[in-house]
Structure formats: C-alpha cells, structure tokens
Design a protein around this ligand. Sequence first.
Ligand SMILES: Nc1nc2c(ncn2[C@@H]2O[C@H](COP(=O)(O)OP(=O)(O)OP(=O)(O)O)[C@@H](O)[C@H]2O)c(=O)[nH]1
Ligand SMILES: [Mg+2]
Length: 275
Amino acid sequence: MRDKNVFLEKIEELLILSDIGPQTTGEILVKFQEMNLHQYRVNDFNHFKKQLKDTLIDMIPDRGSVLKIDSKTLNVMMIVGVNGTGKTSFAGKLAYYFKNKGEKVLLIPADTYRAGAISQLTLLANQAGVETLKTSEGADPASVVFDGIQSARAKKKGVLLIDTAGRLHTYHNLMKELEKIKKVIIKTAPEALLKITLVIDATTGQNGLNQAHYFKESLNISSLSLTKLDGTAKGGIVLTIQKELFIPVEYITFGEKITDLCEYEPEKFIEALLD
Ligand SMILES: Nc1nc2c(ncn2[C@@H]2O[C@H](COP(=O)(O)OP(=O)(O)OP(=O)(O)O)[C@@H](O)[C@H]2O)c(=O)[nH]1
Ligand SMILES: [Mg+2]
C-alpha cells in the first residue's frame, strides 16, 4: 500500500509539472487510485509512465482532418489569440511551412492597430519568400481582409493566412473585430475552406483554458496552435482544452526561427510532457 502512494505522488508531480491543470490532474489520479497498483514495486515507475501516457492519449479526441488543404478551393486561416502569444511569428512560420509544401501563400496583415505589426509581418513574409498584402496602419481590418480575398483570387493563391490583433481597447471590442473579419470571409468567399486557429502561449499555463473558452464562444475556433515550446513550459493545458472543448491542436512552434514549426503529434507531445 505504501508503494501505491509513492506511485500516486510521482504521477501527481509529473502532471503538475506538465501544466495540464488541477482538474485533469485530479481526474487522472482518481483513475490511478482505482487501479490495482500495489502489485508493482517502486522501481517499476516506467510501467506507470507508460500507463499514464496511454491514459493521456485516450483522453484526447481524434484530431480529424484539420491539417488538410483543399487544392480545389481557397484555404483561409485566421490566426487569433490574446496579445503577445506569438500570432505574427506563427503566421510567418506557417507561410514558410505551406510554401515548402508547394502552396501559393498570401499573408494578410489584419492587425492594423499595433504600430510595427505590418512591417513585422512583411519582414517575416520576406524571410518565408511569400507575398503580403500591402496596407497601412489604421486601415479597417475587415476591409483589409476583403481586399486580401480579391487579391488571392486574382493571383490564384491557394492559402490565405490572416494575422490579427491581440489587443484592442477592450476585450469585447477585440471579439467584435474578429467576428466582423470572420463574417467578411464567409460573405466574400463562401467557397473557401475557413479555419480559425487560436494561438496559445505555452508559458501562460492555466489561463490558456479561459482563453480557449472565450474564443470558442465568440468565433467557434477550429484548432489550437501552441507556441514557445522551446522554453521550460510544457504546454500541457492544451490536453485539457482538447478534452474539455473538443478543439484539436494543429501546430506547435519551438523557437524564433522561421523554420521552428511542425505539425502537432500527440504521442510525441505527450512523451515530451512526461519527460
Ligand atoms: N522562444 C520563442 N519565442 C517565440 C515563439 N513564437 C513567438 N515568439 C516570440 O514571442 C514574442 C511575441 O511574438 P509575436 O509573434 O509578435 O506575438 P503576437 O501574438 O503577434 O503579439 P501581438 O501582435 O502584440 O498580439 C516575440 O518576441 C517572438 O519572437 C516561439 O515559438 N519560441
Ligand atoms: Mg502580432
């Protein structure tokens, strides 16, 4: 019985360090409590790690077809999230990623509020070797997106990536602005395959769950993308978001270089989480 408690404590410690959050940690611990643990010795902890990994994998819904690009239509991705999570950098990395897959990409700077946001995106576009739509600070973001769709059609682009603002005067204003952009896309390009990815900063921890709730409610986001995994933060909160809100993770980034992005692979992610 003593061994069982030692195991449970170790499991709890791993889960806390992973940032998966208190609620999911509690649920998993209950599962392990119910297991017949005392048949194992303490030095068999790897056995439990394997069980823990399987439990975490079973917990998350199938990610489905989020990564698919439809070559017969315009693929539009709106990149949203609170300020500083890494949206603009992510847009640049994703542009580079799609370009290397042979897609014709257009980047749209729809954050026209923050000084320097347009030039930041233009710089990244140059690094990625893709085009950006020309616009100026203070322009109406929804109009910029409207122009972007026309331009993408004229230039026969397959992938349109939209960088958006992370901060307006109020949170309500930000959501209204993003909803307006979404409406313009649906109205102007009803044929487009529209995805909205919420960028979550791995270093924000539990707050990520609240952000996902808000953005899901306002925009019905289609996926999460997790940034800044090169630091000490493990980003386990995305597992809880996937479990609670059924939103799959699509991409992860792990550095400041344009190449520091890859598709999310649940098994690899969970292995790193428990490392
Ligand atoms: N280490 C690391 N830094 C990152 C990563 N992604 C973004 N950053 C850094 O995070 C900071 C914010 O990135 P931005 O892309 O400007 O974030 P944003 O969400 O567009 O910010 P706002 O537009 O102000 O809301 C920058 O210093 C980036 O270089 C990453 O994967 N790893
Ligand atoms: Mg930005």
